[in-house]
Design a protein around this ligand. Structure first.
Ligand code: F0G
Length: 462
């Protein structure tokens, strides 16, 4: 007799409300995809069966969060929910001041405008699309200082999100610490495949930046997922709680930008949190211009409440074990049938390696975009390109940036899909893999100026 497979990550919740899914035919999807210019961002969600486009704002809230929504204090100023959120951020992230924003990029905008002077450099562990754009719009130049292993989808290192401190030290030597606005440390690193940064690396980053009087801004969007990896992989943290690890991570930084739409189990919301009095003063001034009053930052009272409650749920070990367990379950099944994916498996998503999946498609024929389109066609599953289209163009030369990685991201919303859905996803990837040799690339027929991946249109190459 065979032994049963282990299910130690089983979902720590039961389902109280359901939302029906819509199945479509292949002919229907062919038409929908053509109308969407072969860009999965331009599909209508009603035409999608399993939506793995993003884990951003797609979370299922708990009954406790929904109950909190009814307690929204919709006052313009000083709502109760703001003070609740502020207390939760102080307790779990450990920063002194909170400035709520409508989502993560609102916080990125504020901190970029405040700390970057034209001509400054902003080193970070790999770019993120919105983060880098806000740095550039403020006159800064992003410099990638992530470890080289991050660019190698087959490297099995446990902390491929780490900052290469030598690269950073060289940059400081070359341009001088005064030209460095701050360092961004993302946890986990989205574009590297959801790879974590280690506590040791954060600690050493703090020592180096302290010596040069340089600030560190944490992109805490998925820091709770990062904390889980530290607990699993870094010596000395096995017995720490996720909440303790999160607090320690934040303690090595001066501020964080946060997209609550990920870790914090809500559909909208974000914040900037920080310790410095003067920067807070400036952020509190600017938030009124761009987001809303400093006690709501573009959010309704109910949204602030849902996020405050989300923080407490997100750091629960049962939750985070199941969340990452689900992603690992899919990743391991894909690996077992020989599908090329980024390893180790990341926290929020599986990244298919389109360069190895479709070696016949050249980078300028958009292999990852092509693969995302084929997956939709096959099964109605929506995924996202993270390759040359996402990488955009060089701000000065106007040439395409050519990233080393051409990935398709299968991103898992939190608490939304079941294990059976996960199996459907694996089968769909297998079906496309079986016919991979017939697949041709695409050409761009429309390209917008900013964050082009959202709206670019393609046609299939004949
Ligand atoms: N930082 C990281 C690491 C992110 O992944 C995102 C968003 C942001 C900042 C910006 O936050 O969307 O709330 O303004 N990532 C989404 C994604 C869009 O699909 O990966 P936002």
């Amino acid at each position: 007799m065979q032994k049963l497979e282990k299910r130690s990550w089983a979902e720590p919740f039961k389902i109280k409300v359901v939302e029906p899914l819509r199945m479509t035919t292949r002919e229907y999807r062919e038409r929908a995809l053509k109308e969407a210019g072969y860009n999965t961002f331009l599909l209508r969600s009603r035409d999608v069966y399993i939506d793995l486009l993003t884990d951003s704002g797609t979370n299922a809230m708990s009954d406790n969060q929904w109950a909190g929504m009814m307690l929204g204090d919709e006052a313009y100023a000083g709502s109760e929910n703001f003070y609740h959120l502020e207390a939760m951020v102080q307790q779990y992230y450990g920063y002194k001041y909170l400035v709520p924003t409508h989502q993560g990029r609102g916080a990125e905008h504020l901190i970029s405008q405040i700390l970057i002077k034209p001509g400054d450099y902003v080193p970070g562990n790999m770019y993120f699309t919105t983060t880098r754009l806000h740095q550039e719009l403020a006159g800064g130049t992003f410099v990638d200082v992530i470890v080289d292993a991050a660019h190698d989808p087959e490297d099995l290192g446990p902390f491929k999100g780490n900052i290469d401190l030598e690269k950073l030290a060289k940059l400081i030597d070359r341009v001088g610490s005064k030209r460095i606005a701050y360092v961004t440390a993302a946890a986990t690193v989205n574009m590297a495949g959801g790879q974590p940064i280690s506590m040791q690396n954060l600690r050493e980053l703090r020592e180096l930046t302290n010596r040069h009087n340089i600030k560190v801004v944490l992109d805490a969007t998925r820091a709770i997922e990062n904390a889980w990896f530290i607990k699993q992989r870094e010596a000395g943290y096995e017995q720490h709680s996720i909440a303790q690890i999160l607090r320690e991570m934040c303690s090595y930084t001066d501020a964080c930008t946060m997209s609550g739409k990920k870790d914090l189990l809500v559909n909208i919301g974000g914040f900037l949190a920080l310790n410095d009095d003067e920067i807070f003063e400036e952020a509190r001034n600017l938030v009124v211009v761009y987001e809303g009053l400093h006690t709501y930052g573009g959010l309704a009272g109910r949204d602030l409440e849902a996020m405050a409650r989300g923080i407490e749920e997100a750091v629960q070990e049962d939750h985070i074990r199941a969340r990452i367990g689900q992603v690992e379950y899919v990743g391991e099944r894909l690996l077992s049938i020989g599908i090329p994916i980024v390893q180790p498996i990341g926290g929020h998503a599986i990244f298919l390696d389109a360069k190895r999946f479709l070696p016949q498609v050249k980078q300028l024929e958009f292999p990852a975009q092509t693969l995302a389109a084929e997956l939709y066609l096959e099964s109605g599953i929506r995924t996202m390109e993270r390759g040359i289209v996402s990488a955009g163009r060089n701000a000065e030369t106007g040439e395409h940036n050519f990233p080393k990685l051409e990935l398709v991201r299968l991103t898992f919303p939190r608490r939304v899909y079941t294990q059976a859905h996960c199996d459907v996803v694996t089968e769909a990837v297998e079906a496309v893999h079986d016919r991979r040799e017939e697949i041709r690339g695409m050409e761009m027929v429309y390209e917008p100026k900013y964050l082009r991946f959202f709206q670019t249109r393609f046609e299939k190459l004949k």
